[in-house]
Design a binder for this molecule. Sequence first.
Ligand SMILES: Cc1cc2nc3c(=O)[nH]c(=O)nc-3n(C[C@H](O)[C@H](O)[C@H](O)COP(=O)(O)OP(=O)(O)OC[C@H]3O[C@@H](n4cnc5c(N)ncnc54)[C@H](O)[C@@H]3O)c2cc1C
Length: 258
Amino acid sequence: YDPDVEMHWQAKILVGADGPHSLVRHTTGIATQARALKDTYIMGDFAQHTSAARDEHDETASIFLEPAGVVESFPLPGQMRRWVAHTGAELMPESPRGLTDLIAERTGTAVDPRTSTMISAFHVRRRLVQQMVIGRCLIIGDAAHEVSPIGGQGMTLGWLDAVEVAPLLIQVLSDQNPAPLDRLENFRTFEQRRRSAARTVAWQAELNMALGRPMSLSATSVQNAVLRAVLSTRMRHRLAKAFTMRQPLCGAEIQVPG
Ligand SMILES: Cc1cc2nc3c(=O)[nH]c(=O)nc-3n(C[C@H](O)[C@H](O)[C@H](O)COP(=O)(O)OP(=O)(O)OC[C@H]3O[C@@H](n4cnc5c(N)ncnc54)[C@H](O)[C@@H]3O)c2cc1C
């Protein structure tokens, strides 16, 4: 995609899957509600062999709730590991050593900064459109809903939009002259369901973020004691599913169509 090259296309239906700065959203005049959150994070990928990983194939995900802010660590393919750390309200410079020093300071884990393959510092924003369908256009993915990356559900939300709308599009495209989509009941239901899913994911991601904000030593001790108590009961399975967003805190398990 080159923003300096102008192209003209004609189509019966336009689907905008063009990301958070969606041109389709702007040109169709779809209104959004957006909010910048005060949290910043730094994220980086490093080789797996750390003092915390049990072996090179360790598939454990770890969440360290520390007074200075959360540190999360997830296994990646190719014996790599992704680390994410809360960095307060100001973005930290994108330096692998800066992140590995912070990991060591907060968790005591030694990660080799020379094995870094990606480093990114980011702000968090929440955005939801008021409609996903307008006339013969519709928008999906981050064009329609941006959620906090903490929780890792943004891309899944977008894929689920696509999975749900694809059969509706096939149906409507069999018509020589399709009606405006926003007049069709099944597209209105699609919009309602997907906006509601985005709201649930955004809310849950922000709850996860709240747990990982910097807090005083005493507040961290209380939070950790409560979590330890919950994790010693059968609730731990539900909590793990909620934290990894496989299940809303209340309601049914998220189903991915086969
Ligand atoms: C730091 C960070 C970490 C994340 N981590 C996770 C995670 O772990 N798990 C997860 O599920 N999600 C994660 N996400 C969210 C995920 O990246 C997004 O939800 C996902 O990429 C959205 O996909 P999309 O296709 O809607 O938009 P995008 O990925 O933004 O893709 C839009 C595409 O459209 C193209 N485009 C834009 N305008 C035009 C135009 N006018 N003409 C032609 N092409 C155009 C762009 O070049 C781009 O290729 C993360 C996001 C961030 C910022």
